[in-house]
Design a protein around this ligand. Structure first.
Ligand code: SF4
Length: 387
């Protein structure tokens, strides 16, 4: 894309701000969402993306474990939790977790990513043991675990303040905290779409505790579930202010809402245009977030290739294992895998330079190894808010 795409257009003042490295306002954010000039928005986002990362595009080799799908929060946008006519309930035993980790022992992953529903019957020690099990089975691996809503529950069940709980978990081997736990920082959306979950104010308090514990965290935005454009922009502004204060966020992942299996089945799927725009607006508004992720399973590999020119610098990982929507035979496991070679090719075909990273975005030195992962078949849907 060339400068012509914004010259003389309504985006020109934003171009000048971007070139000067000036922060964009909430009004600028609204213009980015409302202008028909998506290519212009992408051009601006790409300027910022290349300033941060040049031509590099990052990926990670990881394994996901969703330890339970029992949840007492009943978020309307969620297809993941066990419900009548939907996924059957399960909670993995520690031995089952161990088996899943062993199943990928031959793959040199650097990260185990563990999240689940809010199951009030799970005792405190189970959470500690989940982390210890991952560290025992995969020595040296980075454990990224539990979204903010899970941290609230873990603290409740432990009868300890969250800062003490975080120290216990760090001692067990916790490395960082994933995004999720809030879909958009809006009291209106909270009341309408996920009222039983923690609200935005509590999410921010938890994020501060995570930062004070010396842990890095990720952030997400779930879009397309009924939030307004103003709420999305305000979400970015609140996250940006929090990051000014804590500096502990590593990446933003905009996640598209998928209506299947949720209480919002009539909401339309997001379009490719929306997926690219949310990536680009994230990049432009979150000027203090180092990384913007286009999660290939959620966005498809095709959109992700384009997204690497619309602000994204990360495509996430190689291995995913999920309990996904509408399993007829409980608790069926669907595997979603893209091999490292496929991921590298995806990035190279898009004209970017692939770089393997670990969970903290440290570069993993290249290594020769046989291609032993199973190939990608087709993208499947993921549970919302679980990145
Ligand atoms: Fe539970 Fe999380 Fe789904 Fe909400 S999004 S219902 S907290 S699993």
């Amino acid at each position: 894309m060339k400068l012509d795409i914004v010259l003389g257009s309504e985006l020109m003042p934003l171009y000048e701000k971007v070139v000067r490295g000036e922060r964009l306002s909430a009004a600028d954010g609204m213009l980015l969402y409302q202008t028909p000039n998506l290519s212009g928005v992408g051009y601006l986002a790409n300027l910022v993306r290349e300033r941060w990362h040049d031509n590099r595009a990052f990926y990670v080799r990881n394994q996901h474990i969703n330890y339970t799908n029992i949840c007492n929060k009943f978020c309307k946008f969620c297809s993941f939790y066990a419900k009548k006519g939907g996924p059957k309930p399960y909670t993995l035993s520690l031995e089952e977790v161990r088996q899943r980790l062993r199943a990928y022992r031959h793959v040199p992953i650097t990260e185990v990513h563990m999240v689940g529903g809010v199951n009030p019957r799970i005792p405190y020690d189970y959470y500690l043991d989940l982390i210890r099990t991952a560290r025992e089975e995969r020595p040296g691996v980075h454990v990224k675990a539990f979204t903010a809503v899970e941290w609230e529950e873990i603290s409740r069940i432990s009868k300890k303040p969250l800062n003490e709980v975080l120290q216990d978990m760090k001692a067990a081997g916790l490395g960082s905290v994933p995004g999720g736990g809030i879909e958009v920082l809006s009291d209106r959306a909270h009341a309408e779409l996920f009222p039983k979950k923690i609200n935005g104010a509590r999410w921010i308090e938890i994020a501060r505790d995570i930062a004070q514990a010396g842990l890095k965290q990720y952030a997400t935005l779930l879009y397309g579930m009924g939030e307004t454009l103003e709420e999305r922009v305000d979400h970015f502004v609140q996250l940006r202010e929090l990051q000014d204060e804590t500096g502990h966020f590593l990446a933003m992942t905009p996640l598209a809402f998928h209506p299947e299996g949720t209480e919002l089945p009539d909401r339309p799927h997001t379009s490719g245009e929306e997926d690219l725009r949310n990536i680009a607006v994230s990049r432009l508004m979150l000027d203090n977030f180092p990384h913007i992720k286009s999660f290939w399973i959620m966005n498809t590999t095709a959109i992700t290739q384009v997204a690497l020119w619309y602000g994204a610098d990360d495509v996430d990982g190689t291995i995913h294992e999920y309990e996904i929507i509408y399993q007829d035979d409980a608790p069926g496991v669907k595997q979603q895998v893209i091999t490292r070679k496929q991921l590298i090719r995806l990035i190279q075909e898009a004209g970017r330079d692939p770089v393997e990273r670990d969970s903290l975005y440290q570069i993993v030195p290249p290594r020769e190894e046989p291609e032993t992962e199973k190939p990608l078949r087709q993208p499947l849907l993921l549970p919302m808010s679980k990145v």
